[in-house]
Design a protein around this ligand. Structure first.
Ligand code: PCA
Length: 204
């Protein structure tokens, strides 16, 4: 099974992004080929880069990770929406407001990953995890929506999903925000990959 695993560079004044740290550190489970990719926090670049990589690597699953500062646990994203509305400018200084990502695209795409199974496996392992009904309207959602739309149109069709992780403890300091350690992120990512191994398309 071929998995494209992506994480993001730091943004919003942070010097680290837990999504890329976890992607970088995780090892491929037996029988799984992992292609790791660092994405820029850029509305103009990140969607095009992931599209190119999906076309050349032709993964079975695209699993993208991003940081969601302020969230308490692992967020298994259920839905990507066709909208960009940035609260802060991206790393290129671009700040789209109220813009469709794809003029002719559907309003939303649902994750085809086994999210409830992942949630149960993570919780059983003592990790905070839940389904989330919004991946935001920033670059993460743009990447999720773009990958999901391309995936739907490929044959054979890969499955594209998205997971948000909270701040690392060092990022949360002084913000009164919840955090999760990098070790926990890596443990969670391993469990999520384990749920993907051999899973069929399924929506919860
Ligand atoms: N989180 C941002 C973009 C990059 C990242 O890690 C988001 O949630 O859109």
């Amino acid at each position: 099974m071929k998995i494209l695993l992506t994480g993001f560079e730091p943004f919003g004044g942070e010097s680290i992004n837990p999504s890329w740290e976890a992607v970088k550190a995780v090892q491929a489970p037996a029988g799984m080929q992992l292609e790791k990719m660092l994405l820029p926090v850029s509305f103009r670049k990140a969607p095009a880069l992931i599209e190119e990589k999906i076309q050349s690597f032709r993964p079975d699953v695209i699993l993208s990770l991003g940081q969601a500062g302020g969230r308490e646990g692992i967020s298994l994203e259920r839905i990507a929406v066709n909208l960009a509305d940035a609260r802060i400018a991206d790393n290129d200084g671009f700040q789209p407001r109220d813009e469709a990502l794809q003029a002719a695209g559907p309003a939303a795409c649902f994750s085809p990953l086994p999210l409830r199974r992942m949630e149960a496996a993570l919780q059983t392992a003592g990790l905070p995890a839940s389904l989330s009904n919004t991946a935001g309207l920033y670059v993460c959602n743009a990447v999720f929506y773009t990958a999901a739309r391309l995936a739907e149109n490929l044959k054979p069709a890969p499955r594209a999903g998205f997971v948000h992780v909270p701040y690392l403890p060092e990022q949360a300091l002084g913000k009164e925000a919840p955090s999760l350690s990098l070790e926990e992120d890596i443990r969670a990512l391993k469990i999520i990959l384990g749920c993907l191994a051999g899973s069929e398309e399924e929506r919860d």
